[in-house]
Design a protein around this ligand. Structure first.
Ligand SMILES: *Cc1c(COP(=O)(O)O)cnc(C)c1O
Length: 384
């Protein structure tokens, strides 16, 4: 089956004798057991719920993993993944990554006795050197985002997996920016894929959710244990909403990406803009590598404006782009990463970072979006 088909053709309600065409919402905490000693297919929704199970099966199928797990947020999914590394172990993370992940790595992981090193993983030799120099005697995990966020740096997934495995480490990839429709890290050698399902997988900005997809049954078993033990699984209603949003993933992403390519070219030609970070532009340093490992550049782009004041103005003066964190929704958003999504990474002069603006392109009409941004740029000189 090809993508568009796979997204809507799946078993909606396994084992349900009424054969509903759409997955029902099993909004229940607990399940009656057939005998005093148990024996039901489900017992308690923290441990397992039919709506969640359909979602998890579908996510595993889309990412090509053996099992998937839905969590209450992307951060809960990251927590579940990084908890595979116990005290004494180490995490090597790419240096340009989501602000919340950075905060976790800076504050939570070390408090659990896990060593954290940041490395520029876009250079495979650097990753090799950092892993070679580690003195950890516990498990090691490499955590990367590609394209990274906000600067859209590209890491070679195949090379990273080979290097990680050569050092006995696991490779976990945060695939939120691409979704499985555009990039499937497990097929390139990764061991675990993480999603903030709040973004493209839901696609409608209605909920926060996360997912972990494991390649091997051995890793899946550990994530399953954590999901139940820590109690951070996604609730049935949010699973149900997410299942609904997921069905239009291909339609949404095709349209959003097509518009993003156009907006990237428009902004690239403006004198107020110094750099457009978008792997769909040939000028992007990682464009070729990205094309080899992904099926498209996606619909999130970051621009560096000529001045911080211009960045603030673009965000404030645009009307159709909501000034909001997050990305991947059907409606367009714009933000200053240094003030919002990446605020935990800010050090020193926050205002100087305002030149960096991140845009997430929705499904609105391309020319309305273009006109809105151009109008916002024109106001810039007057209002700042
Ligand atoms: C948003 C995001 C997260 C965190 O996800 P939440 O659903 O907000 O908890 C993690 N990684 C990336 C790349 C993100 O964009």
């Amino acid at each position: 089956m090809r993508w568009a088909t796979q997204l809507v053709q799946f078993e909606a309600a396994p084992g349900d004798p009424l054969a509903p065409a759409v997955t029902p919402l099993y909004q229940t905490a607990t399940f009656r057991q057939p005998t005093a000693t148990g024996g039901g297919a489900y017992d308690y929704s923290r441990s397992g719920n039919p709506t969640r199970e359909v979602l998890e099966r579908q996510l595993a199928r889309l990412e090509g993993g053996c099992q998937a797990f839905a969590f209450a947020s992307g951060m809960a999914a990251i927590d579940a993944t990084l908890s595979l590394v116990p005290a004494g172990g180490a995490i090597v993370a790419c240096s340009d990554l989501y602000g919340g992940t950075f905060r976790y790595l800076q504050q939570i992981a070390p408090s659990r006795g896990v060593g954290v090193t940041f490395a520029d993983t876009t250079d495979p030799r650097r990753l090799d050197a950092v892993l070679g120099a580690l003195t950890s005697d516990g498990p090691v995990m490499v955590l990367i985002e590609t394209p990274s966020n906000p600067e859209m740096r590209i890491t070679d997934l195949r090379a990273a997996a080979e290097i990680a495995h050569a050092h006995g480490a696991w490779l976990a990839v945060d695939n939120s920016l691409m979704s499985p429709y555009l990039q499937r890290p497990l097929a390139l050698g990764a061991d675990l894929v993480i999603h903030s399902a709040t973004k493209f997988l839901n696609g409608h900005g209605q909920l926060t959710a996360g997912a972990v997809i494991a390649r091997s049954p051995e890793l899946a078993e550990r994530v399953a244990w954590f999901q139940n033990a820590a109690g951070s699984a996604l609730g049935p209603f949010d699973c149900w909403l997410l299942l609904s949003g997921l069905k239009t993933l291909a339609l949404r992403m095709d349209r959003q990406q097509e518009t993003a390519r156009h907006i990237a070219r428009v902004l690239d030609g403006r004198e107020e803009v110094t750099t457009v970070y978008y792997p769909g532009l040939d000028s992007h340093p990682g464009a070729d590598l990205h094309r080899r490992q992904a099926d498209g550049p996606g619909s999130v782009l970051t621009v560096r404006m000529a001045t911080p004041a211009l960045g603030r103005q673009l965000v404030q003066a645009s009307r159709l782009f909501a000034n909001a964190v997050s990305f991947g929704s059907v409606s367009s958003t714009i933000e200053l990463p240094g003030r919002m999504s990446h605020a935990p990474m800010a050090d020193g002069d926050v205002a100087a970072g305002d030149a960096l603006v991140r845009l997430s392109i929705g499904i609105e009409d391309v020319y309305d979006l273009e006109a809105d941004l151009l109008a916002a740029l024109c106001q810039a000189e007057i209002v700042v």
